[in-house]
Structures are given as structure tokens and as C-alpha cells.
Design a protein around this ligand. Structure first.
Ligand SMILES: [Zn+2]
Length: 460
């Protein structure tokens, strides 16, 4: 007997790896507490676990590990569709300074972080995305936005590593004219307080993973200080790398972002790096030799008119590539999977560059590895955490062991996700959130968005 027994499902284990992962037809999983205690054929496990406290019949459904997103800003949806003057946004640089900083991050309050994070976490969970690596950005809300984020994450039920973005940018000031280590100190303090509350391996769904904005907004002194903290706490770090034109960094430092960050001693296998777009061969080699974990953000790269990341080469070099979405556009992970799968083929003029297996690997084991928790999540295996999703494929053709992998790049949509289990708890059941009132979460988010827009002089 276990706490939960899922039976008769088509189980995608992603073990021993995503390419040779065992698919079990008529499979079953037993869960006790937050841990998978047995996995196998229903006929083998039913005698022992058939009388478990809760039994889910997964007949006709795919049962698989929860999906992983490695770069997000969960309060960003408050800025979705804000009626701003788009004529002011002529480049990625404008988008970052105006849209990202002035109109969004600098006017984000603790309440906004809480409301936006609840909404994002809810939408992500409902699309089968059970784990996220989150960077919080709200300089004028310091101190406190990390706890506002954690409160939302606790409530909704997603698994997360969360950090506050350390930057020497002064809100309202041009970074080309002035930067301040004191602002970085505020961010460092916020992360240290959070590390004290959510250290590595604290047993909960939340862990602290400090964040740094980017090479061009922090000094070497700040980078060294953060590296020391990260080493002491063994918590890993997250950062944006090469998301703006390489030439800008070379003009500022005489080095590219990877060169600058390597020289400062920041790079290593515990770095999750968002974007990694404008890289030359040497930059790519620097990221490879430091085993930096790349979080590819296909849609935001496209939005900014940026280059397409060199993902096939990264995969060829055995680099770890997972997927990020920045919380722009929808929060449905299936869209980022399909977009990655297609835009890379398109850009490289080669239909073979990413296989459906590789795509699925990026949002399961590669995501788990990026976050340093591959021993806990990313695949279904006895002893691993019970982060499990059940999908009812709305597919025009049979879903079998032979077809299930290509379903994910061809037809899968977040709305096919029927049940979501995180840390042994059922958080989505029969397509509905169990932890919160969905309408209330959306209402609160819309209200906070209205208030945020008002701070920009926009009344709706
Ligand atoms: Zn980002």
C-alpha cells in the first residue's frame, strides 16, 4: 500500500536517458509521501499497491515526469499587452531599457510580484511545467520581493529555484552614464536573506539560487563577491549571457560577456545562463569548457530581433541546453518546445538538427541537470521525487509506445495536461487547479497589472 497509485498508463520514464528511455505500456507508479516507491507494469504492482489511499486510473493517458523551465520572470505577465508607445521601441536595447526596466521592473511592487507569480505559476503548472528557475526583478521593491515570490510559489504548488537579480544599474539612470555597487549590495542582501530561509536541500519545493543580471551591469568586484557566496552555499547561480549584441560588451570591456565572466571567475557548472545568443566560436568554447548550462529562450530572442542561438552546435559539443521563456507570451511550455524544434531547423536549413527526443530531453533531464537536481526530478525512477504529469493526448492518430515521442513536437498542447503532481501532491486534477481558485488568481493579477500600468500613466 502506498499513498498514491497511478495505473494503466503509457509511462514515459526518460530513464536511463531521454534517447533510450523505457516506455512502459499498461504501466503503474506508486508514490509514498513525496517519493516514487515503485514503477513497473500495472499487473506486477497492483497486488501490492492496488489498495493505496488514492488510486488514479490513467487508462488512455501518458504518464511522465513534470516538465522543467529554466529561465523565467514570473511577474512579467503584468506588462503583457500594456498599451505603450511602440514607436519608442526600435531595437532590443530600447525594449530592455524602456519595456523591461522603466515600464516594468522599476514599477514592480511586492504585491505585483506576488500576483504575477501566482498567475504564472498556475498557468505553467496547468501546462505540465512543474519546475522553474526564476529570476525576480523589482529594484524599487527591495527588500522583500523574494519572499513575495516564495509566498506565491508555496501557495500554487510549483517547484522552484528563485533568486533576486543582482545589478549595479540604478533605477531611472542610464547605465552608460552611471552604475552603483550599492545597488548590487541591496540585491546581494536580498539573496542572502533568502538563502538563510531556503538553503540548498532544505526539503521543501523552494530553493534559493541567486541571480545576476548580466555582464554589462555588474563589475568584476560584484561578480567575485557573488561567486564566493554561491560557493559557500552550494546553491548555484543564474544570469543572462550574450543576450545583447557582442559588440556592446567588447566596446565596454574589451571582452565579450563569456570572456569577461570567465576572467572574473564566475563561470562554472552551477551557472544557468539565459539566452546565450550572440556568441562567436571562442565564446561558445568558453561556455563549453566551463560546463555552463544554457537556457535557450527562443521566443524572446525572436521578439528582440536577436540572432538565433547556435543550439545544434551546443548539442553536438555535449553542452547542456534547456528551455527558458522569460514569461513573455503564453506560459504554455508546449509552445516553446515546438518553436525551438521548428525555428532551429528553419534557421539552419536542416530538418535534422533537433530530433523530437532531443526536444523532450531539453524540458526534462537537461532542465533538471541545469538546476543541479537531476538526482531528484527530470525522469521517473524509484527514489526520485514524485513530480508526475498525466496527459490526455488530443491526437488525431493512435498514441502508443512507438508514437508518443513525436506527439510532443507535433500535437502536444498544455491544455492536454489532465493531472499534475508535484512533490507527491496533486495540484491539478481533471484540468483544474486544486490549490487555488483560478478565477481569483487571474482577477488579482489583472488588478495588479492595472495598478502597474497606472504607475506608468496608463489608465484603462
Ligand atoms: Zn530574462
Amino acid at each position: 500500500m502506498a499513498d498514491l497509485f497511478i495505473k494503466n498508463g503509457l509511462i514515459l520514464t526518460m530513464e536511463p536517458d531521454s534517447f533510450n528511455g523505457t516506455v512502459i505500456e499498461n504501466g503503474a507508479i506508486a508514490v509514498t509521501g513525496n517519493t516514487i516507491v515503485a514503477l513497473g507494469k500495472t499487473s506486477d504492482l497492483e497486488p501490492e499497491y492496488g489498495n493505496s489511499k488514492q488510486v488514479i486510473d490513467a487508462d488512455g493517458k501518458i504518464v511522465m515526469p513534470g516538465l522543467v523551465m529554466t529561465h523565467s520572470h514570473m511577474s512579467y505577465p503584468l506588462g503583457h499587452n500594456m498599451p505603450v508607445d511602440f514607436s519608442k521601441l526600435t531595437s532590443f536595447w530600447d525594449m530592455l531599457m524602456k519595456m523591461g526596466w522603466e515600464w516594468l521592473e522599476d514599477v514592480t511592487t511586492d504585491e505585483a510580484v506576488y500576483a504575477g507569480t501566482r498567475y504564472s505559476a498556475m498557468k505553467m503548472l496547468k501546462s505540465g511545467n512543474t519546475t522553474v528557475c526564476e529570476t525576480v526583478e523589482a529594484p524599487n521593491a527591495l527588500p522583500g520581493p523574494l519572499m513575495a515570490s516564495a509566498r506565491a510559489i508555496e501557495e500554487i504548488g510549483i517547484r522552484a529555484q528563485v533568486g533576486y537579480e543582482i545589478t549595479e544599474r540604478i533605477p531611472g539612470k542610464d547605465i552608460l552614464k552611471e552604475q552603483s555597487q550599492q545597488w548590487a549590495e541591496k540585491g546581494i542582501r536580498e539573496n542572502l536573506d533568502f538563502l538563510a530561509r531556503y538553503p540548498k536541500n532544505n526539503g521543501s519545493r523552494i530553493e534559493a539560487r541567486p541571480a545576476i543580471h548580466a555582464a554589462f551591469t555588474v563589475s568584476e568586484a560584484t561578480l567575485k563577491k557573488v561567486r564566493q557566496i554561491v560557493d559557500e552555499h552550494k546553491c548555484g547561480v543564474q544570469i543572462h549571457i550574450s543576450e545583447i549584441p557582442r559588440a556592446f560588451l567588447v566596446e565596454k570591456y574589451g571582452k565579450s560577456a563569456p570572456q569577461y565572466l570567465e576572467d572574473a571567475g564566475l563561470l562554472g557548472p552551477d551557472v544557468v545562463a539565459g539566452h546565450c545568443v550572440d556568441l562567436n566560436d571562442e565564446d561558445l568554447e568558453i561556455l563549453r569548457r566551463n560546463d555552463v548550462k544554457v537556457s535557450y529562450t527562443p521566443m524572446t530572442d525572436s521578439l528582440g530581433g536577436n540572432p538565433v542561438a547556435r543550439v545544434p552546435e551546443m548539442l553536438e559539443k555535449q553542452m547542456n541546453v534547456s528551455i527558458g521563456h522569460d514569461c513573455f507570451f503564453t506560459l504554455d511550455i508546449s509552445e516553446y518546445m515546438r518553436y525551438t524544434y521548428l525555428v532551429q531547423k528553419n534557421h539552419h536549413h536542416n530538418p535534422m538538427v533537433i530530433s523530437p527526443f532531443q526536444m523532450l530531453d531539453m524540458v526534462t533531464m537537461q532542465g533538471a541537470r541545469a538546476m543541479g537536481i537531476e538526482d531528484q526530478i527530470g525522469s521517473l525512477k524509484e527514489g526520485k521525487k514524485a513530480d508526475i504529469i498525466l496527459i490526455e493526448p488530443d491526437s488525431p492518430s493512435p498514441t502508443t509506445a512507438a508514437t508518443v515521442i513525436s506527439y510532443f513536437t507535433m500535437t502536444f498542447q498544455g491544455q492536454h495536461v489532465h493531472t499534475v503532481i508535484v512533490d507527491g501532491n496533486i495540484v491539478v486534477e481533471n484540468y483544474k487547479m486544486k490549490t487555488v481558485d483560478e478565477a481569483e488568481v487571474r482577477r488579482t493579477c489583472v488588478e495588479e497589472a492595472r495598478l502597474l500600468w497606472k504607475r506608468n500613466g496608463i489608465e484603462v
